[in-house]
Design a protein around this ligand. Structure first.
Ligand code: PLP
Length: 376
């Protein structure tokens, strides 16, 4: 199998598998228990938090584990609104966010909040100028993703966070960094965002774990889950130690080589983009700035046909985002691409394990399996 759907999920690395196994076979105590076995688990939890924090460039006590990136995103939105909702009613986000942000935004609109959805340019990215013209005195919350999961467009988050805080000093700035974490270098402490969401299974960790970074300036951030007071009272629920140990191990393993890995991935991706767009009838959507995501389109050939043909050649790719099955991509629509282009689009996403021969096989399958058969 040639797996080119790494933005949907990644193969767990051996370090993560070992850590999950250890958490389920030897260190499975409840970290809140007060005997030695539990205290050991609590110590391992502290170590895991430090590893994730180191990979994010964050203070360990500001990293809070969640069950996934979606939960981190939902918590960021609901917490920010509960903290700021009495000060104003205006929120800014983008039209290209993941549904983990867009759905909570729709819910806020139904409760009387006004949401401005910034549009991307032809590259697929939302510009700081678009944000600048949308900020208002009553803006209380801004949520802008770091890397778009369908096109690989990268948003200048540091600049956007700074701009938001200069113009609206009390507003909370969140970034969904699920596709940016360990792909686009950043340090949480220096980024300027108040809230940062990440997810384990996108970086070779297990599913069932994510984290929300909460900047020290947000001391009393409202919790999403209430209960036993875990995660310093901010996220109750017995800690998912297997997933957390695995996430931490993946952070350690991936961050050790990621700067070298992303250069190699970027080279492969550029080569892939150049070779595919040289095939008559194949288009590249947007400018794929991130090292691992490429959106391509073969207008006239429905996405599902391309996916099926590639699957017959042993190659896994996806139609836009895995989470928006069967719907026309809201991201490509927001970029203003024509319906024929959108309906013929699919996403190729790489990881540190992707090899050149896999890209060669993809290019050949597109050329001989799709284009030669459907576009004569
Ligand atoms: N945000 C972005 C940009 C994503 O790509 C995804 C998943 O694809 C999520 C959030 C949700 O993450 P999770 O699958 O961990 O809930």
């Amino acid at each position: 199998m040639i797996y080119l759907d790494n933005s949907a999920t990644t193969k767990p690395c051996s370090e993560a598998v070992e850590a999950v196994t250890a958490a389920m076979t030897s260190s499975w105590a409840n970290p809140s228990a007060l005997y030695g076995f539990g205290l050991d688990a609590a110590k391992q939890l502290r170590t895991a938090r430090s590893k994730v924090a180191a990979a994010m460039g964050a203070e360990p006590d500001r990293v809070f584990f969640t069950s996934c990136g979606t939960e981190a995103d939902n918590w960021a939105v609901s917490g920010a609104i509960r903290r700021m909702g009495k000060r104003g009613k205006h929120i800014i986000t983008t039209a290209i966010e993941h549904h983990a942000i867009l759905r909570p935004m729709e819910e806020l609109e139904s409760r009387g909040f006004e949401v401005t959805y910034l549009l991307p340019d032809a590259s697929g990215a939302v510009s700081p100028e678009a944000l600048a013209s949308a900020l208002r005195e009553d803006t209380i919350f801004v949520s802008i993703m770091m890397v778009n999961n369908e096109t690989g467009a990268v948003m200048p988050i540091e600049q956007m966070a700074k701009l938001t805080h200069r113009r609206c000093p009390d507003a909370i700035f969140h970034t969904d960094a699920v596709q940016g974490f360990l792909k686009v270098p950043f340090r949480a402490k220096a980024l300027g965002a108040d809230l940062i969401s990440v997810s384990s299974h996108k970086i070779h960790g297990p599913k069932g774990c994510g984290a929300l970074y909460i900047h020290p300036r947000l001391k009393s951030f409202p919790p999403l889950l209430l209960g036993g007071g875990q995660e310093n009272g901010l996220r109750s629920g017995t800690e998912a130690t297997p997933a957390i140990w695995g996430f931490a191990a993946a952070c350690d393993a991936v961050s050790a080589t990621f700067r070298k890995d992303i250069l190699r991935e970027k080279e492969l991706l550029e080569d892939c983009a150049a070779r595919l767009s040289a095939i008559p009838g194949v288009l590249v959507n947007g400018s794929h700035q991130a090292p691992h995501i490429l959106s391509v389109s073969i207008p006239g050939v429905p996405s599902q046909n391309s996916i099926n043909i590639l699957q017959d050649a042993g190659i896994c790719v996806s139609a836009g985002s895995a989470c928006a099955k069967g719907h026309r991509s809201h991201v490509l629509s927001a970029m203003g691409l024509p319906p024929q282009v959108i309906d013929g689009s699919f996403r190729i996403s790489l990881c540190r394990d992707t090899g050149k021969e896999e890209i060669d096989a993809l290019v050949e399958a597109v050329r001989s399996g799709i284009v030669a058969r459907f576009l004569k």
